[in-house]
Design a protein around this ligand. Sequence first.
Ligand SMILES: NC(=O)c1ccc[n+]([C@@H]2O[C@H](COP(=O)([O-])OP(=O)(O)OC[C@H]3O[C@@H](n4cnc5c(N)ncnc54)[C@H](OP(=O)(O)O)[C@@H]3O)[C@@H](O)[C@H]2O)c1
Length: 326
Amino acid sequence: MKFGILGAGGIARTMATTINRMPVVTRKVIASRDAARAEAFRKEFSFDAAYGSYEEMLADPEIDLVYIAVPHSHHYKWTLAALEAGKHVLCEKAFAVNEWKARDMIACARRKHLLLAEAIWTRYMPYRRIVTDLIASGEIGEITTVTANLGYPIDMNERIIRPELAGGALLDLSVYTLNFASMFLGNDIARINASCVMTDTGVDGQDSIFIEYRDGRMAHLFSTIYAQPTRTGYIYGRDGFIEVHNINNPDVIRLWKIADRTPVLQEEIFVPEKITGYEYEVLACEKAIRSGAIECPEMPHSETIEIMRQMDEIRRQFGLVFPGIE
Ligand SMILES: NC(=O)c1ccc[n+]([C@@H]2O[C@H](COP(=O)([O-])OP(=O)(O)OC[C@H]3O[C@@H](n4cnc5c(N)ncnc54)[C@H](OP(=O)(O)O)[C@@H]3O)[C@@H](O)[C@H]2O)c1
């Protein structure tokens, strides 16, 4: 698979490290708005070509998949441009700034019959099957509740604090807690109650999200751009609970049983050895492209739209708009 990275920022570097260790990726190119930055990146990661503009890279016929690695505000424009140029696309999370833009992007992929996948890496990881199997084993009994938190002190990062780049905790961090709840509780939601603490730049700095499901289960999620909390997710049942550390890049899963009101560690499962964790979404894309699919079963378009719909509702409750890009 011939792979093009659009944007030479932080996550582009992690992706470059990853694909450099994946034999399935046979050609690698980078595009930056700055030709010198692109060339320095090419040299550092021994890529095959560097482009000083995104347009130039999209005109390269020797690219199968374009990885959109720019701020949230720019996912829409560059995903559409890559699809129009005839490329398959893996677009970073949060997929878009709102539901209608996500729908537009997906409609374009359908029209062009090209793969469009959301790079929400946790959906593609083996840990998901480990947790699903533990739930199915019945060890913790009927599930009642999910909690999850995620945060990093990243309030000095322009991409995170600028409303015009669609910054804020929701699109950067709560997107993971929402995906965690969605993976293990589904999306049959009765109501969402969300509130946030705003930054002085006008985005959400800390989020508190409560979700009630129609069957009476609930999720309680929080995220923050000011601190690093435990990053743990818990799935609680009547007879015990499953602990996932860390929900952003899981390393260990613990099964706890309750005996006389005391949690007893039953099993501790370490996830399989990985390159960085990004390889799973790349492999899913390669498989989908090979089979002529336009979406990945790990994160189908319907789920991407569902998460965008939830985030739109949460932002409505926050009273948060992204000026000029909605
Ligand atoms: N999956 C994960 O674990 C994970 C982790 C971190 C980030 N992400 C996602 O990856 C995406 C990029 O995040 P990042 O941390 O890599 O961001 P970043 O380093 O701040 O920026 C990425 C690149 O975007 C390009 N860019 C294009 N238009 C821009 C503009 N108007 N302002 C600033 N930069 C612009 C720049 O590349 P050039 O100047 O080279 O063109 C910049 O280096 C986001 O969607 C983020 O949520 C995912």
